[in-house]
Design a binder for this molecule. Structure first.
Ligand SMILES: C[S@@+](CC[C@H](N)C(=O)[O-])C[C@H]1O[C@@H](n2cnc3c(N)ncnc32)[C@H](O)[C@@H]1O
Length: 310
């Protein structure tokens, strides 16, 4: 929608959509003068803006929902984390670093700027190293603390008089001994992978509803993933702050379900929406989204890209 996201989000709340969204991605202006939309009158005004957006997001995010918030300036991040403290029930899980592979341009050639700056300390920016990354604050809502998998396991073990060893027998070590893999799942400290859950469903003779139970996090997609994300900078459009399509695709694959409702208050180039639609095509998903963008040029381009993608 072509609208200030704060107005749009307030309308959603008025229309009864509180706690409706499973996934929110906030890539707001950073107030570092990147473009005409990236300037605020003062630092305080900017912090108030972020605070307002975070509060609205908090109201719209479902229990167990996931929220990602982007920024690239660590001092500004500390300031707005401080301002937002105690105003919402979002829990910061991790700060993820996106390594932008800034050394080379998209054609694989050494970036001129890199050549020039390499080895220099930027005195004007507090003697900092050259910034090669952006940060993504990963938040979850944690109102429902009970792990649904462990609740089912505990109940079934009781009903069927099974011991931990019986369940652990499902996945023996190479030499045929129990591995103890199950104890953290029973305690609820870990989510089982889809394969482990399938074994349990067979043992307990229950339907496999992995996708329904798994919050928004998919542990099966966790192989080889860690808190430094490696994606070259993206140039799908001429948007100055666009994020890579593949980054979005992987983010949605791990953190959304096939029927997730997603909110993108700052759509920008539309790479987020395009990746979501691609993932829907790939896994027959029905993920839905609402997005906001105030700039005419980007709004028109997003609509065109969506039309082309369908
Ligand atoms: C940091 S960029 C988002 C870039 C996006 N993640 C991408 O990959 O292209 C922020 C975008 O939000 C838009 N914007 C700024 N203030 C807004 C507001 N209050 N409501 C909605 N959109 C806004 C800007 O026009 C800009 O395109």
């Amino acid at each position: 929608m072509k609208q200030d996201c704060r107005e749009g989000m307030n309308n959603l709340i008025k229309q009864g959509y509180s706690k409706y969204f499973d996934f929110i991605e906030l890539d707001p202006p950073y107030n570092i003068g990147k473009d005409k939309w990236d300037k605020f009158k003062s630092h305080e005004e900017y912090l108030e803006f972020i605070k307002e957006v975070m509060e609205l997001s908090n109201q719209l995010l479902s229990n167990n929902g996931t929220l990602f918030l982007w920024h690239n300036d660590i001092n500004i991040i500390f300031d707005f984390m401080n301002v937002c403290k105690n105003t919402n029930d979002l829990k910061l899980v991790q700060m993820i670093t996106w390594n932008k592979h800034f050394k080379y341009n998209v054609n694989g050639e050494l970036n001129k700027q890199y050549e020039f700056l390499n080895g220099y300390i930027q005195v004007s920016q507090n003697r900092s190293y050259m910034l090669m990354c952006e940060y993504i604050m990963y938040f979850i809502k944690e109102e429902n603390k009970k792990n649904p998998f462990s609740t089912i396991i505990k109940q079934k073990m009781k009903e069927l008089h099974l011991k931990q060893k019986d369940v652990a027998n499902l996945q023996l070590s190479k030499n045929g001994n129990c591995t103890g893999w199950v104890s953290n799942k029973i305690k609820g400290e870990q989510l089982p992978t889809p394969r482990q859950w399938m074994l349990m469903c067979n043992l307990f003779n229950i339907p496999n509803e992995y996708d329904k139970l798994r919050y928004t996090y998919n542990s099966n997609k966790n192989t080889d993933r860690h808190s430094v994300w490696q994606y070259p900078m993206s140039k799908e459009t001429k948007h100055k702050t666009e994020k890579p399509l593949q980054l979005y695709y992987d983010m949605f694959e791990v953190h959304t379900k096939k029927d997730s409702k997603c909110l993108f208050p700052f759509v920008g180039s539309g790479n987020n929406i395009i990746s979501l639609l691609e993932l829907n095509k790939y896994d027959d998903g029905e993920r839905k989204y609402i997005g906001y963008e105030t700039d005419d040029k980007w709004f028109d381009l997003i609509n065109k890209r969506i039309e082309d993608s369908i």
